[in-house]
Design a protein around this ligand. Structure first.
Ligand SMILES: *[C@@H]1O[C@H](CO)[C@@H](O)[C@H](O)[C@H]1NC(C)=O
Ligand SMILES: *[C@@H]1O[C@H](CO)[C@@H](O)[C@H](O)[C@H]1NC(C)=O
Ligand SMILES: *[C@@H]1O[C@H](CO)[C@@H](O)[C@H](O)[C@H]1NC(C)=O
Ligand SMILES: *[C@@H]1O[C@H](CO)[C@@H](O)[C@H](O)[C@H]1NC(C)=O
Ligand SMILES: *[C@@H]1O[C@H](CO)[C@@H](O)[C@H](O)[C@H]1NC(C)=O
Ligand SMILES: *[C@@H]1O[C@H](CO)[C@@H](O)[C@H](O)[C@H]1NC(C)=O
Ligand SMILES: *[C@@H]1O[C@H](CO)[C@@H](O)[C@H](O)[C@H]1NC(C)=O
Length: 482
Protein backbone atom coordinates (compact mmCIF):
# COMPACT_ATOMS: atom_id res chain seq x y z
CA UNK A 1 0.00 0.00 0.00
CA UNK A 2 2.86 2.36 0.75
CA UNK A 3 3.95 2.28 -2.86
CA UNK A 4 0.65 3.54 -4.19
CA UNK A 5 1.61 7.18 -4.13
CA UNK A 6 4.41 6.31 -6.48
CA UNK A 7 2.29 5.14 -9.39
CA UNK A 8 3.94 6.75 -12.39
CA UNK A 9 1.58 9.43 -13.54
CA UNK A 10 1.43 9.73 -17.25
CA UNK A 11 4.58 11.37 -18.38
CA UNK A 12 4.81 10.09 -21.92
CA UNK A 13 2.60 10.96 -24.85
CA UNK A 14 3.34 7.55 -26.20
CA UNK A 15 1.67 5.84 -23.34
CA UNK A 16 -1.64 5.14 -24.89
CA UNK A 17 -3.04 3.23 -22.08
CA UNK A 18 -4.81 5.06 -19.43
CA UNK A 19 -6.19 2.66 -16.98
CA UNK A 20 -8.99 4.52 -15.44
CA UNK A 21 -8.40 2.64 -12.36
CA UNK A 22 -10.10 3.93 -9.38
CA UNK A 23 -8.65 5.61 -6.56
CA UNK A 24 -6.03 3.70 -5.01
CA UNK A 25 -6.98 0.55 -3.24
CA UNK A 26 -6.90 1.98 0.24
CA UNK A 27 -9.34 4.69 -0.66
CA UNK A 28 -11.55 2.19 -2.43
CA UNK A 29 -11.59 0.08 0.65
CA UNK A 30 -12.72 3.06 2.66
CA UNK A 31 -15.27 4.09 0.05
CA UNK A 32 -16.69 0.62 -0.08
CA UNK A 33 -16.74 0.24 3.64
CA UNK A 34 -18.32 3.59 4.24
CA UNK A 35 -20.72 4.03 1.35
CA UNK A 36 -21.07 0.50 0.11
CA UNK A 37 -20.19 1.78 -3.37
CA UNK A 38 -18.36 -0.17 -6.00
CA UNK A 39 -14.92 1.05 -6.88
CA UNK A 40 -15.92 1.70 -10.46
CA UNK A 41 -18.68 4.00 -9.37
CA UNK A 42 -16.11 6.12 -7.63
CA UNK A 43 -14.48 6.47 -11.06
CA UNK A 44 -17.13 8.85 -12.07
CA UNK A 45 -16.54 11.10 -9.17
CA UNK A 46 -14.23 13.10 -11.40
CA UNK A 47 -10.72 11.83 -10.78
CA UNK A 48 -8.68 9.79 -13.17
CA UNK A 49 -5.77 7.70 -12.13
CA UNK A 50 -3.22 6.11 -14.34
CA UNK A 51 -2.02 2.73 -13.40
CA UNK A 52 -0.38 0.01 -15.42
CA UNK A 53 2.48 1.37 -17.38
CA UNK A 54 4.76 -0.18 -19.89
CA UNK A 55 7.02 2.81 -20.00
CA UNK A 56 9.52 2.23 -17.29
CA UNK A 57 12.22 4.73 -16.42
CA UNK A 58 14.81 2.01 -16.07
CA UNK A 59 15.52 -1.05 -18.15
CA UNK A 60 17.98 -3.90 -17.85
CA UNK A 61 18.70 -7.26 -19.43
CA UNK A 62 19.04 -10.49 -17.51
CA UNK A 63 22.53 -10.65 -19.05
CA UNK A 64 23.49 -7.61 -16.95
CA UNK A 65 23.09 -9.82 -13.92
CA UNK A 66 25.20 -12.65 -15.22
CA UNK A 67 22.41 -14.61 -16.88
CA UNK A 68 23.44 -17.20 -19.47
CA UNK A 69 20.84 -18.35 -21.99
CA UNK A 70 22.37 -21.67 -22.95
CA UNK A 71 19.60 -23.89 -21.57
CA UNK A 72 21.99 -25.45 -19.08
CA UNK A 73 23.27 -22.74 -16.74
CA UNK A 74 20.96 -22.24 -13.78
CA UNK A 75 19.93 -18.57 -13.72
CA UNK A 76 17.98 -18.45 -10.46
CA UNK A 77 20.60 -16.24 -8.83
CA UNK A 78 20.67 -13.89 -11.82
CA UNK A 79 16.89 -13.47 -11.80
CA UNK A 80 16.76 -12.91 -8.05
CA UNK A 81 19.58 -10.39 -8.20
CA UNK A 82 17.88 -8.65 -11.07
CA UNK A 83 14.64 -8.41 -9.10
CA UNK A 84 16.47 -7.17 -6.04
CA UNK A 85 18.21 -4.54 -8.03
CA UNK A 86 15.19 -3.46 -10.06
CA UNK A 87 12.89 -3.26 -7.06
CA UNK A 88 14.86 -0.15 -6.11
CA UNK A 89 13.25 1.60 -9.07
CA UNK A 90 9.66 0.86 -8.01
CA UNK A 91 9.38 4.29 -6.48
CA UNK A 92 11.44 5.96 -9.23
CA UNK A 93 9.63 5.39 -12.51
CA UNK A 94 9.64 1.60 -12.44
CA UNK A 95 11.80 -0.90 -14.25
CA UNK A 96 11.72 -3.39 -17.08
CA UNK A 97 13.68 -6.63 -17.20
CA UNK A 98 14.33 -7.89 -20.70
CA UNK A 99 14.93 -11.55 -21.35
CA UNK A 100 16.69 -11.80 -24.74
CA UNK A 101 16.58 -14.71 -27.17
CA UNK A 102 17.96 -17.86 -25.59
CA UNK A 103 17.01 -20.63 -23.20
CA UNK A 104 17.06 -19.47 -19.62
CA UNK A 105 16.92 -22.22 -17.07
CA UNK A 106 15.76 -20.84 -13.72
CA UNK A 107 14.14 -21.59 -10.40
CA UNK A 108 11.46 -19.39 -8.91
CA UNK A 109 11.81 -15.64 -8.53
CA UNK A 110 9.58 -12.88 -7.13
CA UNK A 111 8.36 -9.83 -9.01
CA UNK A 112 8.24 -6.26 -7.75
CA UNK A 113 5.87 -3.29 -8.22
CA UNK A 114 5.89 -0.91 -11.20
CA UNK A 115 7.67 -3.55 -13.14
CA UNK A 116 7.60 -5.19 -16.57
CA UNK A 117 9.04 -8.60 -17.36
CA UNK A 118 9.55 -8.69 -21.12
CA UNK A 119 10.38 -11.84 -23.06
CA UNK A 120 11.88 -11.61 -26.55
CA UNK A 121 10.03 -13.75 -29.09
CA UNK A 122 12.80 -16.34 -29.04
CA UNK A 123 13.29 -16.26 -25.28
CA UNK A 124 12.34 -19.41 -23.42
CA UNK A 125 12.25 -19.50 -19.64
CA UNK A 126 12.82 -23.10 -18.59
CA UNK A 127 11.70 -24.09 -15.11
CA UNK A 128 14.33 -25.85 -13.05
CA UNK A 129 13.80 -29.58 -12.65
CA UNK A 130 15.32 -29.67 -9.21
CA UNK A 131 12.00 -30.21 -7.52
CA UNK A 132 13.39 -31.01 -4.08
CA UNK A 133 14.91 -27.57 -3.70
CA UNK A 134 11.80 -25.70 -4.78
CA UNK A 135 11.01 -23.05 -2.08
CA UNK A 136 7.86 -23.55 -0.04
CA UNK A 137 5.20 -21.05 0.92
CA UNK A 138 2.21 -21.56 3.23
CA UNK A 139 -1.15 -22.82 1.96
CA UNK A 140 -3.65 -20.17 0.87
CA UNK A 141 -5.87 -19.15 3.80
CA UNK A 142 -9.00 -19.69 1.67
CA UNK A 143 -7.95 -23.29 0.99
CA UNK A 144 -6.62 -24.23 4.43
CA UNK A 145 -4.09 -26.56 2.86
CA UNK A 146 -2.27 -27.11 -0.38
CA UNK A 147 -4.36 -28.33 -3.30
CA UNK A 148 -2.34 -31.52 -3.85
CA UNK A 149 -1.32 -32.31 -0.28
CA UNK A 150 -2.00 -31.07 3.24
CA UNK A 151 1.48 -29.55 3.53
CA UNK A 152 2.88 -26.32 2.14
CA UNK A 153 2.96 -25.28 -1.48
CA UNK A 154 5.91 -25.02 -3.79
CA UNK A 155 6.13 -21.36 -4.81
CA UNK A 156 5.24 -20.69 -8.43
CA UNK A 157 7.96 -20.18 -11.02
CA UNK A 158 7.05 -16.50 -11.30
CA UNK A 159 5.55 -15.21 -8.08
CA UNK A 160 4.36 -11.89 -6.74
CA UNK A 161 2.54 -10.71 -3.63
CA UNK A 162 1.34 -7.26 -2.49
CA UNK A 163 2.25 -5.65 -5.79
CA UNK A 164 0.80 -2.90 -7.89
CA UNK A 165 1.28 -2.22 -11.61
CA UNK A 166 2.99 -5.32 -12.98
CA UNK A 167 3.19 -6.42 -16.62
CA UNK A 168 4.40 -9.82 -17.75
CA UNK A 169 4.59 -9.80 -21.51
CA UNK A 170 6.75 -10.16 -24.57
CA UNK A 171 6.64 -10.80 -28.25
CA UNK A 172 5.07 -14.18 -27.63
CA UNK A 173 8.13 -15.45 -25.78
CA UNK A 174 7.82 -18.77 -23.98
CA UNK A 175 7.68 -19.93 -20.39
CA UNK A 176 8.12 -23.70 -20.23
CA UNK A 177 7.32 -25.35 -16.89
CA UNK A 178 8.83 -28.67 -17.99
CA UNK A 179 6.06 -30.25 -15.93
CA UNK A 180 6.37 -33.92 -16.95
CA UNK A 181 8.39 -34.80 -13.88
CA UNK A 182 5.87 -33.13 -11.59
CA UNK A 183 2.89 -34.86 -13.26
CA UNK A 184 4.56 -38.20 -12.88
CA UNK A 185 5.48 -37.61 -9.23
CA UNK A 186 1.96 -36.37 -8.52
CA UNK A 187 0.37 -39.41 -10.14
CA UNK A 188 2.58 -41.80 -8.24
CA UNK A 189 1.72 -39.91 -5.02
CA UNK A 190 5.36 -39.11 -4.29
CA UNK A 191 4.93 -35.39 -3.70
CA UNK A 192 5.07 -34.02 -0.18
CA UNK A 193 3.98 -30.55 -1.24
CA UNK A 194 1.55 -28.98 -3.68
CA UNK A 195 2.99 -28.49 -7.15
CA UNK A 196 4.04 -25.00 -8.28
CA UNK A 197 2.07 -22.96 -10.78
CA UNK A 198 3.77 -21.13 -13.63
CA UNK A 199 2.57 -17.69 -12.55
CA UNK A 200 0.89 -16.78 -9.27
CA UNK A 201 0.08 -13.20 -8.26
CA UNK A 202 -1.41 -12.63 -4.80
CA UNK A 203 -2.88 -9.58 -3.02
CA UNK A 204 -2.04 -7.36 -5.98
CA UNK A 205 -3.64 -4.69 -8.10
CA UNK A 206 -3.29 -3.71 -11.79
CA UNK A 207 -1.75 -6.73 -13.39
CA UNK A 208 -1.39 -7.53 -17.07
CA UNK A 209 -0.16 -10.83 -18.44
CA UNK A 210 -0.10 -10.92 -22.22
CA UNK A 211 1.40 -12.13 -25.48
CA UNK A 212 3.21 -15.16 -24.15
CA UNK A 213 3.25 -18.87 -24.80
CA UNK A 214 3.05 -20.99 -21.66
CA UNK A 215 4.05 -24.62 -21.96
CA UNK A 216 3.79 -27.67 -19.72
CA UNK A 217 3.02 -26.12 -16.38
CA UNK A 218 3.59 -28.48 -13.42
CA UNK A 219 -0.02 -27.67 -12.43
CA UNK A 220 -2.25 -24.59 -12.99
CA UNK A 221 -0.78 -22.09 -15.45
CA UNK A 222 -1.89 -18.64 -14.35
CA UNK A 223 -3.29 -18.06 -10.87
CA UNK A 224 -4.27 -14.53 -9.84
CA UNK A 225 -5.58 -14.72 -6.27
CA UNK A 226 -6.94 -12.06 -3.85
CA UNK A 227 -6.20 -9.47 -6.55
CA UNK A 228 -7.99 -6.89 -8.67
CA UNK A 229 -7.87 -5.10 -12.02
CA UNK A 230 -6.32 -7.83 -14.08
CA UNK A 231 -6.05 -8.23 -17.85
CA UNK A 232 -4.85 -11.52 -19.28
CA UNK A 233 -4.75 -11.51 -23.04
CA UNK A 234 -3.16 -13.14 -26.03
CA UNK A 235 -1.80 -16.14 -24.18
CA UNK A 236 -1.19 -19.44 -25.91
CA UNK A 237 -1.27 -22.07 -23.18
CA UNK A 238 -0.33 -25.60 -24.16
CA UNK A 239 -0.11 -28.79 -22.11
CA UNK A 240 -0.74 -32.43 -23.01
CA UNK A 241 -4.47 -33.10 -22.70
CA UNK A 242 -3.75 -35.93 -20.28
CA UNK A 243 -1.40 -33.97 -18.02
CA UNK A 244 -2.52 -33.64 -14.39
CA UNK A 245 -4.43 -30.46 -13.43
CA UNK A 246 -2.82 -28.19 -15.99
CA UNK A 247 -5.71 -25.69 -15.79
CA UNK A 248 -5.23 -22.70 -18.07
CA UNK A 249 -6.25 -19.56 -16.16
CA UNK A 250 -7.70 -19.64 -12.63
CA UNK A 251 -9.04 -16.31 -11.35
CA UNK A 252 -9.45 -17.01 -7.64
CA UNK A 253 -11.07 -14.54 -5.20
CA UNK A 254 -10.37 -11.71 -7.67
CA UNK A 255 -12.36 -8.62 -8.68
CA UNK A 256 -12.39 -6.94 -12.10
CA UNK A 257 -10.71 -9.37 -14.39
CA UNK A 258 -10.71 -9.52 -18.18
CA UNK A 259 -9.49 -12.59 -20.03
CA UNK A 260 -9.45 -12.20 -23.78
CA UNK A 261 -8.02 -13.75 -26.92
CA UNK A 262 -6.54 -16.70 -25.11
CA UNK A 263 -5.94 -20.04 -26.82
CA UNK A 264 -5.69 -22.93 -24.42
CA UNK A 265 -5.01 -26.64 -24.82
CA UNK A 266 -5.02 -28.18 -21.36
CA UNK A 267 -5.17 -31.28 -19.23
CA UNK A 268 -7.85 -29.67 -17.07
CA UNK A 269 -10.35 -26.80 -17.30
CA UNK A 270 -9.22 -24.06 -19.72
CA UNK A 271 -10.60 -21.37 -17.42
CA UNK A 272 -11.49 -22.34 -13.85
CA UNK A 273 -13.10 -19.63 -11.77
CA UNK A 274 -12.57 -20.16 -8.05
CA UNK A 275 -12.93 -18.57 -4.59
CA UNK A 276 -11.70 -20.88 -1.85
CA UNK A 277 -12.49 -24.29 -0.49
CA UNK A 278 -15.16 -25.34 2.00
CA UNK A 279 -14.91 -23.98 5.58
CA UNK A 280 -11.66 -22.13 4.78
CA UNK A 281 -13.14 -20.36 1.77
CA UNK A 282 -16.35 -19.56 3.64
CA UNK A 283 -14.37 -18.01 6.47
CA UNK A 284 -12.05 -16.07 4.18
CA UNK A 285 -15.12 -14.84 2.29
CA UNK A 286 -13.54 -13.31 -0.78
CA UNK A 287 -15.55 -13.80 -4.00
CA UNK A 288 -14.52 -13.68 -7.62
CA UNK A 289 -16.68 -11.06 -9.28
CA UNK A 290 -16.89 -8.82 -12.34
CA UNK A 291 -15.08 -11.23 -14.59
CA UNK A 292 -15.14 -10.95 -18.38
CA UNK A 293 -14.07 -13.87 -20.56
CA UNK A 294 -13.96 -13.02 -24.27
CA UNK A 295 -12.77 -14.88 -27.33
CA UNK A 296 -11.50 -17.95 -25.56
CA UNK A 297 -10.58 -20.99 -27.63
CA UNK A 298 -10.30 -24.23 -25.68
CA UNK A 299 -9.28 -27.80 -26.39
CA UNK A 300 -9.54 -30.05 -23.34
CA UNK A 301 -11.14 -33.44 -24.01
CA UNK A 302 -11.39 -34.39 -20.33
CA UNK A 303 -12.50 -31.08 -18.85
CA UNK A 304 -14.53 -27.92 -19.36
CA UNK A 305 -13.95 -24.84 -21.48
CA UNK A 306 -15.09 -22.79 -18.48
CA UNK A 307 -15.60 -24.24 -15.01
CA UNK A 308 -17.10 -22.39 -12.08
CA UNK A 309 -15.75 -24.12 -8.98
CA UNK A 310 -15.36 -26.57 -7.65
CA UNK A 311 -13.76 -24.29 -5.04
CA UNK A 312 -16.36 -21.52 -4.90
CA UNK A 313 -16.89 -21.10 -1.16
CA UNK A 314 -16.17 -17.34 -1.18
CA UNK A 315 -18.75 -16.90 -3.96
CA UNK A 316 -18.62 -16.32 -7.72
CA UNK A 317 -20.67 -13.49 -9.10
CA UNK A 318 -21.16 -11.53 -12.31
CA UNK A 319 -19.19 -13.55 -14.83
CA UNK A 320 -19.71 -12.60 -18.47
CA UNK A 321 -18.38 -15.01 -21.05
CA UNK A 322 -18.82 -14.30 -24.74
CA UNK A 323 -17.51 -15.61 -28.01
CA UNK A 324 -16.25 -18.91 -26.63
CA UNK A 325 -15.02 -21.69 -28.92
CA UNK A 326 -14.70 -25.20 -27.56
CA UNK A 327 -13.14 -27.45 -30.16
CA UNK A 328 -13.01 -30.72 -28.28
CA UNK A 329 -13.88 -30.53 -24.63
CA UNK A 330 -15.72 -32.71 -22.17
CA UNK A 331 -18.20 -29.91 -21.41
CA UNK A 332 -18.83 -26.32 -22.41
CA UNK A 333 -19.62 -24.50 -19.20
CA UNK A 334 -19.57 -26.49 -16.02
CA UNK A 335 -20.71 -25.64 -12.50
CA UNK A 336 -18.99 -27.82 -9.93
CA UNK A 337 -20.04 -27.72 -6.32
CA UNK A 338 -20.85 -29.88 -3.33
CA UNK A 339 -22.47 -29.87 0.08
CA UNK A 340 -19.93 -28.28 2.44
CA UNK A 341 -18.84 -25.63 -0.07
CA UNK A 342 -21.36 -22.98 0.98
CA UNK A 343 -20.82 -19.82 -1.04
CA UNK A 344 -22.65 -19.06 -4.25
CA UNK A 345 -22.46 -19.00 -8.03
CA UNK A 346 -24.80 -16.31 -9.30
CA UNK A 347 -25.41 -14.01 -12.22
CA UNK A 348 -23.40 -15.92 -14.76
CA UNK A 349 -23.86 -15.03 -18.43
CA UNK A 350 -22.63 -16.99 -21.40
CA UNK A 351 -23.34 -15.56 -24.82
CA UNK A 352 -22.06 -17.07 -28.04
CA UNK A 353 -20.65 -20.51 -27.39
CA UNK A 354 -19.61 -22.57 -30.40
CA UNK A 355 -18.70 -26.13 -29.69
CA UNK A 356 -17.61 -29.12 -31.69
CA UNK A 357 -17.35 -32.59 -30.18
CA UNK A 358 -18.21 -32.83 -26.53
CA UNK A 359 -19.82 -35.11 -24.00
CA UNK A 360 -22.09 -32.49 -22.41
CA UNK A 361 -22.68 -28.90 -23.48
CA UNK A 362 -24.22 -28.07 -20.08
CA UNK A 363 -22.88 -29.76 -17.01
CA UNK A 364 -23.88 -28.91 -13.45
CA UNK A 365 -23.04 -31.04 -10.49
CA UNK A 366 -23.98 -30.69 -6.84
CA UNK A 367 -22.03 -33.68 -5.62
CA UNK A 368 -18.52 -32.90 -6.75
CA UNK A 369 -17.10 -33.96 -3.36
CA UNK A 370 -13.36 -33.35 -3.06
CA UNK A 371 -13.08 -31.77 0.40
CA UNK A 372 -9.91 -30.42 2.06
CA UNK A 373 -10.65 -32.47 5.17
CA UNK A 374 -13.57 -33.97 7.06
CA UNK A 375 -14.39 -30.82 9.01
CA UNK A 376 -16.58 -29.26 6.34
CA UNK A 377 -20.03 -28.12 7.41
CA UNK A 378 -22.65 -30.59 6.13
CA UNK A 379 -25.20 -27.75 6.27
CA UNK A 380 -23.12 -25.42 4.07
CA UNK A 381 -25.16 -25.64 0.87
CA UNK A 382 -23.95 -23.74 -2.17
CA UNK A 383 -26.43 -21.30 -3.72
CA UNK A 384 -26.50 -21.50 -7.50
CA UNK A 385 -28.81 -18.97 -9.13
CA UNK A 386 -29.13 -16.96 -12.32
CA UNK A 387 -27.19 -19.01 -14.85
CA UNK A 388 -27.80 -17.66 -18.36
CA UNK A 389 -26.96 -19.06 -21.76
CA UNK A 390 -27.72 -17.42 -25.06
CA UNK A 391 -26.78 -18.24 -28.67
CA UNK A 392 -25.19 -21.63 -28.27
CA UNK A 393 -24.37 -23.83 -31.26
CA UNK A 394 -22.82 -27.24 -30.79
CA UNK A 395 -22.41 -30.34 -32.86
CA UNK A 396 -21.26 -33.92 -32.41
CA UNK A 397 -22.54 -33.87 -28.83
CA UNK A 398 -23.07 -37.05 -26.81
CA UNK A 399 -25.53 -35.57 -24.32
CA UNK A 400 -26.99 -32.05 -24.43
CA UNK A 401 -27.14 -31.46 -20.69
CA UNK A 402 -26.55 -33.21 -17.40
CA UNK A 403 -27.77 -30.74 -14.84
CA UNK A 404 -27.99 -31.83 -11.26
CA UNK A 405 -28.60 -29.49 -8.35
CA UNK A 406 -28.79 -30.50 -4.71
CA UNK A 407 -31.89 -32.15 -3.30
CA UNK A 408 -33.78 -29.55 -1.22
CA UNK A 409 -31.37 -26.85 -2.51
CA UNK A 410 -32.06 -26.66 -6.20
CA UNK A 411 -30.03 -24.59 -8.66
CA UNK A 412 -32.44 -21.84 -9.71
CA UNK A 413 -32.81 -19.28 -12.45
CA UNK A 414 -31.28 -21.35 -15.22
CA UNK A 415 -32.10 -19.55 -18.47
CA UNK A 416 -31.40 -20.84 -21.97
CA UNK A 417 -32.29 -19.11 -25.22
CA UNK A 418 -31.38 -19.93 -28.80
CA UNK A 419 -29.49 -23.13 -28.24
CA UNK A 420 -28.98 -25.56 -31.11
CA UNK A 421 -27.31 -28.83 -30.34
CA UNK A 422 -26.48 -31.36 -33.03
CA UNK A 423 -26.29 -34.76 -31.42
CA UNK A 424 -23.59 -37.29 -32.28
CA UNK A 425 -24.61 -40.46 -34.12
CA UNK A 426 -24.36 -42.42 -30.92
CA UNK A 427 -25.80 -39.57 -28.83
CA UNK A 428 -27.69 -40.45 -25.62
CA UNK A 429 -31.46 -40.55 -25.38
CA UNK A 430 -32.94 -38.67 -23.65
CA UNK A 431 -30.51 -35.90 -24.53
CA UNK A 432 -31.04 -34.15 -21.20
CA UNK A 433 -30.95 -35.37 -17.63
CA UNK A 434 -31.99 -32.78 -15.06
CA UNK A 435 -32.64 -32.96 -11.35
CA UNK A 436 -33.03 -30.30 -8.66
CA UNK A 437 -32.83 -27.40 -11.08
CA UNK A 438 -35.36 -24.69 -11.97
CA UNK A 439 -35.44 -22.46 -14.99
CA UNK A 440 -36.75 -21.49 -18.39
CA UNK A 441 -35.88 -22.18 -22.00
CA UNK A 442 -36.68 -20.69 -25.41
CA UNK A 443 -35.64 -21.95 -28.79
CA UNK A 444 -33.68 -24.90 -27.43
CA UNK A 445 -33.06 -27.91 -29.69
CA UNK A 446 -33.31 -30.77 -28.84
CA UNK A 447 -36.19 -29.82 -26.51
CA UNK A 448 -34.88 -29.52 -22.96
CA UNK A 449 -35.96 -31.40 -19.88
CA UNK A 450 -39.29 -30.46 -18.27
CA UNK A 451 -37.59 -28.65 -15.39
CA UNK A 452 -36.70 -25.91 -17.87
CA UNK A 453 -40.10 -24.42 -18.65
CA UNK A 454 -40.67 -23.51 -22.24
CA UNK A 455 -41.22 -19.79 -22.89
CA UNK A 456 -42.18 -19.91 -26.55
CA UNK A 457 -40.10 -18.12 -29.18
CA UNK A 458 -36.81 -16.44 -28.35
CA UNK A 459 -37.30 -12.84 -27.29
CA UNK A 460 -34.65 -10.15 -27.59
CA UNK A 461 -32.77 -9.75 -24.37
CA UNK A 462 -33.75 -13.10 -22.95
CA UNK A 463 -30.92 -14.76 -20.99
CA UNK A 464 -28.68 -12.06 -22.46
CA UNK A 465 -25.67 -10.22 -21.06
CA UNK A 466 -26.70 -7.27 -18.87
CA UNK A 467 -26.77 -4.04 -20.94
CA UNK A 468 -24.57 -2.10 -18.53
CA UNK A 469 -20.95 -2.93 -19.23
CA UNK A 470 -18.46 -3.65 -16.51
CA UNK A 471 -15.75 -1.06 -16.04
CA UNK A 472 -12.98 -3.57 -16.73
CA UNK A 473 -14.55 -3.96 -20.18
CA UNK A 474 -13.47 -0.47 -21.15
CA UNK A 475 -9.92 -0.58 -20.02
CA UNK A 476 -7.74 -0.14 -23.05
CA UNK A 477 -5.18 -2.65 -24.01
CA UNK A 478 -1.60 -1.71 -23.63
CA UNK A 479 0.39 -0.85 -26.67
CA UNK A 480 3.86 -2.20 -26.33
CA UNK A 481 7.03 -0.59 -27.43
CA UNK A 482 10.11 -2.67 -27.26
C1 LIG B 1 22.02 -2.36 -9.51
O1 LIG B 1 21.55 -1.10 -9.11
C2 LIG B 1 22.53 -0.10 -8.90
C3 LIG B 1 21.83 1.15 -8.47
O2 LIG B 1 21.38 1.02 -7.18
C4 LIG B 1 23.37 0.08 -10.12
O3 LIG B 1 24.37 1.03 -9.89
C5 LIG B 1 23.98 -1.21 -10.54
O4 LIG B 1 24.73 -1.05 -11.71
C6 LIG B 1 22.91 -2.27 -10.73
N1 LIG B 1 23.49 -3.53 -11.04
C7 LIG B 1 23.38 -4.11 -12.23
C8 LIG B 1 24.09 -5.40 -12.42
O5 LIG B 1 22.71 -3.64 -13.10
C1 LIG C 1 9.40 -14.75 -2.54
O1 LIG C 1 8.24 -14.49 -1.77
C2 LIG C 1 7.95 -15.50 -0.83
C3 LIG C 1 6.62 -15.21 -0.22
O2 LIG C 1 6.55 -13.91 0.26
C4 LIG C 1 9.07 -15.61 0.18
O3 LIG C 1 8.79 -16.65 1.08
C5 LIG C 1 10.37 -15.88 -0.55
O4 LIG C 1 11.44 -15.86 0.36
C6 LIG C 1 10.62 -14.86 -1.62
N1 LIG C 1 11.76 -15.29 -2.42
C7 LIG C 1 12.75 -14.49 -2.73
C8 LIG C 1 13.83 -15.07 -3.54
O5 LIG C 1 12.78 -13.32 -2.38
C1 LIG D 1 2.73 -10.08 -29.70
O1 LIG D 1 3.82 -10.80 -30.24
C2 LIG D 1 3.82 -10.84 -31.64
C3 LIG D 1 4.88 -11.85 -32.08
O2 LIG D 1 6.15 -11.44 -31.75
C4 LIG D 1 4.06 -9.42 -32.16
O3 LIG D 1 4.06 -9.41 -33.56
C5 LIG D 1 2.93 -8.53 -31.64
O4 LIG D 1 3.19 -7.19 -31.97
C6 LIG D 1 2.80 -8.62 -30.14
N1 LIG D 1 1.58 -7.94 -29.73
C7 LIG D 1 1.57 -7.05 -28.75
C8 LIG D 1 0.26 -6.45 -28.42
O5 LIG D 1 2.57 -6.76 -28.14
C1 LIG E 1 2.49 -17.50 -30.22
O1 LIG E 1 3.13 -18.74 -30.39
C2 LIG E 1 2.24 -19.84 -30.45
C3 LIG E 1 3.03 -21.12 -30.36
O2 LIG E 1 4.09 -21.10 -31.23
C4 LIG E 1 1.44 -19.69 -31.73
O3 LIG E 1 0.55 -20.77 -31.87
C5 LIG E 1 0.64 -18.39 -31.63
O4 LIG E 1 -0.09 -18.16 -32.79
C6 LIG E 1 1.59 -17.21 -31.39
N1 LIG E 1 0.82 -16.00 -31.11
C7 LIG E 1 1.13 -14.80 -31.61
C8 LIG E 1 0.29 -13.65 -31.15
O5 LIG E 1 2.04 -14.64 -32.39
C1 LIG F 1 -29.12 -17.56 -32.48
O1 LIG F 1 -27.73 -17.87 -32.46
C2 LIG F 1 -27.13 -17.79 -33.74
C3 LIG F 1 -25.71 -18.29 -33.67
O2 LIG F 1 -25.18 -18.22 -32.40
C4 LIG F 1 -27.20 -16.37 -34.24
O3 LIG F 1 -26.63 -16.28 -35.52
C5 LIG F 1 -28.65 -15.94 -34.31
O4 LIG F 1 -28.73 -14.56 -34.66
C6 LIG F 1 -29.32 -16.11 -32.95
N1 LIG F 1 -30.74 -15.84 -33.05
C7 LIG F 1 -31.38 -15.04 -32.20
C8 LIG F 1 -32.86 -14.93 -32.39
O5 LIG F 1 -30.82 -14.41 -31.32
C1 LIG G 1 -17.45 -36.87 -32.97
O1 LIG G 1 -17.12 -37.21 -31.64
C2 LIG G 1 -16.47 -38.46 -31.48
C3 LIG G 1 -16.23 -38.66 -29.98
O2 LIG G 1 -17.45 -38.63 -29.31
C4 LIG G 1 -15.16 -38.46 -32.23
O3 LIG G 1 -14.54 -39.72 -32.13
C5 LIG G 1 -15.43 -38.12 -33.69
O4 LIG G 1 -14.21 -38.00 -34.38
C6 LIG G 1 -16.19 -36.82 -33.80
N1 LIG G 1 -16.57 -36.58 -35.18
C7 LIG G 1 -16.22 -35.49 -35.86
C8 LIG G 1 -16.73 -35.38 -37.25
O5 LIG G 1 -15.52 -34.63 -35.38
C1 LIG H 1 -30.04 -39.27 -14.80
O1 LIG H 1 -29.05 -39.06 -13.81
C2 LIG H 1 -29.26 -39.83 -12.63
C3 LIG H 1 -28.24 -39.36 -11.60
O2 LIG H 1 -26.94 -39.38 -12.12
C4 LIG H 1 -29.12 -41.28 -12.98
O3 LIG H 1 -29.34 -42.07 -11.81
C5 LIG H 1 -30.18 -41.66 -14.02
O4 LIG H 1 -29.99 -42.96 -14.44
C6 LIG H 1 -30.05 -40.72 -15.23
N1 LIG H 1 -31.18 -40.96 -16.11
C7 LIG H 1 -31.05 -41.11 -17.42
C8 LIG H 1 -32.31 -41.33 -18.19
O5 LIG H 1 -29.95 -41.09 -17.97
Amino acid sequence: MESLNTIPFLSSQKLKTLWLVAVVVGVIGVAEGRNGRNWYESLYSGREYSAISNNRAHSASIKDFGGVGDGKTLNTKAFREAMNNLSKYSAHGGAKLIVPAGKWLTGSFNLTSHFTLFLHKDAVLLASQDINTWPLIPPLPSYGQGRDTSGGRCISLIFGSNLVDVVITGNNGTIDGQGALWWQQFRSKKLKYTRPYLIEIMHSDQIQISNLTLLNSPSWNVHPVYSSNIIIQGLTILAPVKSANTDGINPDSCTNVRLEDNYIVAGDDCVAVKSGWDQYGIKYGKPTKQLIIKRLTCISPYSAAIALGSEMSGGIEDVRASDITAVHTESGVRIKSAIGRGGYVKNIYVKGLRAHTMKWVFLMSGDYGDHPDNHFDPKAFPVVAGINFRDVVADNVTMAGKMEGISGHPYTGVCMANVTIGMAKNGKKPAWNCSNIQGVASGVVPPPCNLLHSQGPVKPGMCDLPPKKLEIHNMEELEFQN
